[in-house]
Write a protein that binds this ligand. Structure first.
Ligand code: TYD
Length: 124
């Protein structure tokens, strides 16, 4: 599976909105969210050997540069699917931005590749 945007159904009426993530391409075993990120900060800067993730800007906006392509996430109605072995960098967080991450595996530091040269050599 490749990097792709996933449309998340949004149900809106006069009471507000609800967005629903279901029938996902992997079983979610971990959820975390990234927030209070200074605009100049870069998060991520890693690839994951086996973990699949979906990122959603549930509030505010941020950029995801993944395998050289930039995706500007601006809506709780859009998710970005990132497969294993994809280098990602998250940038340009706003003051109210919350990045929700759905992950296929529990946290395991051994699954991380944090050195870009190592990532390149493993990907060949
Ligand atoms: P890090 O991977 O550097 O964050 P990001 O990818 O958002 O830039 O993680 C920051 C710290 O949080 C690091 O000490 C590991 C810890 N952490 C966990 O313990 N469990 C988790 O599920 C995540 C995502 C991070």
């Amino acid at each position: 599976m490749r990097v792709r945007l996933i449309e998340i159904p949004v149900f809106s009426d006069h009471r507000g909105s609800v967005s629903v993530l279901e029938d996902l391409p992997f079983t979610v075993r971990r959820v975390f969210y990234i927030y209070d990120v200074p605009y100049e900060s870069v998060r991520g800067r890693h690839a994951l050997k086996t973990c699949h993730q979906i990122l959603v800007a549930v509030s505010g906006t941020f950029n995801v540069i993944v395998d050289g392509e930039t995706h500007y996430l601006t809506s709780p109605g859009v998710g970005l699917y990132i497969p294993p072995m994809a280098w990602r960098e998250l940038t340009r967080f706003g003051p109210t931005t919350v990045c929700l991450v759905l992950a296929s595996h529990p946290y395991d530091e051994d699954d991380y590749i944090r050195d870009y040269d190592e990532f390149e050599s493993l990907r060949l």
